[in-house]
Write a protein that binds this ligand. Structure first.
Ligand code: ZN
Length: 512
């Protein structure tokens, strides 16, 4: 492509912002404004043109796009389609360079390039449980960007081409599976995709792990926790395992530590647990990095070191998600005012692509909030100079309105409870279930906490401890705490039956 593409991991903030503004201007002029019905209208309404973006500060002139904007409604049954770039031949023929290219390479070649740029060839869907899934369309050009983003995930995570990878994301039309698939082929490493719990099940995944002896295990944290716990129970050995790469769900430090401990019990010393962050609307994901030399040294020194379980559950030294400034712009804004916040400040993650075709959203509000913000400092671990996204990411969809008493509704942040529960060493798998008292839709809401306790912990004491921790964090006591064995927890979470395992389920009947 061009200079920025090649230098994506070596640009200081001022250069990044300048190049992003130039690229955005070009992207708006050549692809979005001529071919997106939605943004053509929005820009007209706000009297904006591509030239309105002179520096990256001007990005704030473009209105946000939200999840709701993408949903079809009875009044606007074609809304989703209005975000797809649909080319117009007349406009394309006037694009700068088109005539010259047609002269040099022939009209057929030019037509082929336009087809590759715009023709839909693939799609993934959003995974929201509350709303209808929204399709996100890809052209061949998008597939190249997807593969490149995937390759960078592998590079940042420190994978090596000679390593073997097991992709345990569910076979589904979702970003996580396909990004991982193309990451493997583009990077050129041996990857096997198990299809997750619903396809091969925990048993099948374990057989595969035994046979393949992967260096990298990639999947959804909840499912990988079950796989590794079962591996320990069945005395499976998986000594080659070096990296566990997590995606599709947010990851707490407590869970990272638990996964590391389980890996150690199946013979994998000093496994690195890395998280990725991605979403359908970005058509890409970003990863935490590791110091390859340090990781190799640790691998060699493994064997005589301290057991992971001897260590305290302290936050890992996380490097942040490494962004690709040539492929998209990440902003952090105040979720209430929508104003961009300074570097390092918490806020909501907003995304604008720079190379997308197919479905395109500008200034997309993810509804995901990070408590760490954005930094442009050189990464102390891998030395790359890229913008990085820091902190714990929580989803606004996991803040639920609860009727805990008869008088008023209370907002409960289940993001916070997740961290609390993952951090308790005696807790294995868990699930929060929302119900109505007596299943009566007019009654109060109840929170039931299902827990698998570990290491023969005392139930009464653990229940008291958990109840207190929940109250200290989210101001709620669970109405009931029920203890189950691993098998029952797998059943509750839907391992092997659901595409994605569930940690928060809402069984409240809707009033008729
Ligand atoms: Zn790094």
């Amino acid at each position: 492509m061009n200079f920025l593409w090649k230098q994506w991991h070596n640009l200081p903030e001022a250069a990044v912002r300048q190049k992003q503004a130039a690229r955005l201007r070009q992207f708006l002029r050549d692809a979005v404004l001529p071919f997106s019905a939605h943004y053509r209208r929005v820009f007209q309404e706000h009297q904006l043109t591509a030239r309105s973006i002179q520096s990256l500060d001007d990005l704030a002139k473009i209105p946000f796009t939200t999840k709701a904007d993408l949903l079809n409604t009875p009044e606007h049954p074609e809304r989703t389609k209005e975000f797809v770039l649909i080319p117009d031949e007349k406009i394309l023929s006037r694009r700068s360079g088109t005539v010259l290219r047609a002269l040099l390479e022939g009209r057929g070649a030019v037509r082929k390039q336009f087809e590759a740029e715009f023709r839909p060839v693939f799609m993934t869907f959003t995974t929201g449980r509350s709303a209808e899934p929204v399709p996100f369309i890809y052209s061949q050009q998008d597939m190249k960007v997807l593969a490149e983003a995937g390759r960078r995930v592998m590079e940042v995570c420190g994978a090596q081409p000679e390593q073997r990878l097991l992709n345990a994301f569910p076979y589904a039309p979702h970003l996580a599976f396909w990004l991982t698939h193309y990451a493997g082929t583009e990077f050129g490493a041996m990857m096997f995709s198990s299809g997750g719990g619903k396809v091969m099940g925990t048993e099948g995944t374990l057989r595969l792990m035994t046979k393949l002896q992967p260096d990298n295990l990639i999947g959804i944290p909840t499912f990988l926790y079950h796989v590794l716990s079962q591996a320990v129970a069945e005395k499976v050995r998986c000594k080659n395992l070096r990296n566990i790469v997590l995606g599709g769900e947010k990851v707490s430090d407590g869970l990272r530590e638990k996964l590391r401990e389980l890996a150690q019990e199946i013979g994998a010393e000093n496994v690195t647990v890395l998280a990725t962050y991605g979403f359908t609307e970005a058509k890409m994901a970003f990863a935490e990095c590791q110091d390859i030399q340090l990781s190799r040294a640790r691998q060699q020194a493994a064997g005589g070191g301290a057991r992971a379980s001897d260590r305290l559950l302290t936050p890992a030294a996380q490097s942040g998600y490494h962004l690709y400034p040539d492929l998209g712009i990440v902003e952090i804004v105040d979720p209430k005012t929508g104003q961009p916040v300074p570097n390092g400040q918490p806020g909501e993650i907003v995304f604008t692509p720079l190379a997308a075709r197919g479905t395109v959203v500008l200034r997309y509000r993810t509804g995901d909030c990070t408590d760490g913000g954005l930094t442009y400092e050189q990464c102390p671990v891998c030395r790359r100079v890229v913008p990085r996204l820091f902190g714990n990411i929580s989803r606004t969809s996991e803040i639920r309105e609860m009727k805990l008493d008869k008088i008023k509704g209370t907002l409960v942040d289940f993001n916070e409870l997740e961290h609390v529960l993952d951090d308790v060493p005696q807790v294995g798998a868990w699930q929060l279930e929302l119900r109505k008292t007596n299943d009566d839709p007019h009654e109060r809401d109840e929170i039931i906490l299902h827990v698998q306790k570990l290491d023969g912990a005392d139930e009464t004491r653990l229940a008291r401890d958990l109840s207190e921790r929940c109250f200290n964090t989210a101001d709620v006591h669970p109405n009931k705490i029920l203890f189950h064995d691993a098998e029952k927890m797998r059943e509750l979470q839907g391992v092997g039956t659901q595409i994605k395992e569930q940690k928060l389920v809402d069984h409240r009947p809707k009033p008729k």
